[in-house]
Write a protein that binds this ligand. Structure first.
Ligand code: GTP
Ligand code: MG
Length: 197
């Protein structure tokens, strides 16, 4: 799929105020600093469409971007960031769960995980939550530039093994690097195919 246009639409913390066009949307979720905002920039060939930072906790709101004027990409705050206060964590959980449970346009969620890390309970729990809410999801392994191909293979195989302890089937998954532009076609083509369903 070619990206002909990619525009920021709106940020907010209230699912009711998200854009109302009935077009499919895809949301990126995962731990803070895993590379959600960077992935949006990589996929859309834009340097700073979504704001990124070396410090976790950069994205604080639900951010909508409209792509090719016919689908949305959504950048979300990360979970698992220990430095925010308990009350802001609670608020975060509420607006994010409201988003996932109420957003009618949501065609699929992508859970981003750092390819270098062991499967983390917080990510596996979030996948279970998506499953309970019947939200289709895929996994995007990020920062593939940080490992050699053999190590990536090993990490991904191990992740799949862990997933198969709870899931009957593996979700679609993708190996990406935003800094080396790995996985752009794979993710975009998958979204394209989902859009046509
Ligand atoms: P929050 O908004 O805080 O939840 O973080 P995020 O998941 O949006 O992460 P972000 O895209 O801001 O990236 C976090 C850090 O990881 C930045 O320093 C990025 O440059 C770096 N990063 C993101 N993707 C990659 C990648 O593919 N490879 C490498 N080496 N670094 C990456
Ligand atoms: Mg971000």
């Amino acid at each position: 799929m070619d990206i002909k246009s990619a525009e920021f639409v709106i940020s907010n913390s209230d699912v009711a105020k998200c854009p109302q066009r009935p077009i499919p949307e895809y949301a990126f979720i995962g731990r803070s600093n895993v590379g959600k905002s960077s992935l949006i920039n990589m996929l859309t060939n834009r340097k700073s469409l979504a704001k990124t930072s070396g410090r976790p906790g950069k994205t604080q709101l639900i951010n909508h971007f409209v792509i090719n004027n016919n689908w949305y990409l959504v950048d979300l705050p990360g979970y698992g960031y220990a430095k925010v206060s308990k009350s802001s964590k609670k608020k975060f959980q509420k607006f994010i769960t409201n988003y996932f449970e109420q957003r009618k346009q949501l065609a699929m969620a992508y859970v981003l995980v750092d390819v270098r890390h062991e499967p983390q309970p917080i990510d596996l729990e979030f996948m279970t939550y998506l499953g309970i809410n019947e939200i289709p999801f895929g996994i995007i392994f990020t920062k593939a530039d940080k490992l050699k191909p053999k190590a990536i293979e090993r990490q991904v195989a191990h992740y799949c093994e862990v997933l198969l302890k709870t899931w009957e089937e593996l979700p679609p998954y993708f190996i990406t690097s935003s800094s080396k532009k790995i996985g752009q076609d794979e993710v975009l083509n998958f979204i394209d195919a989902t859009n046509e369903e």
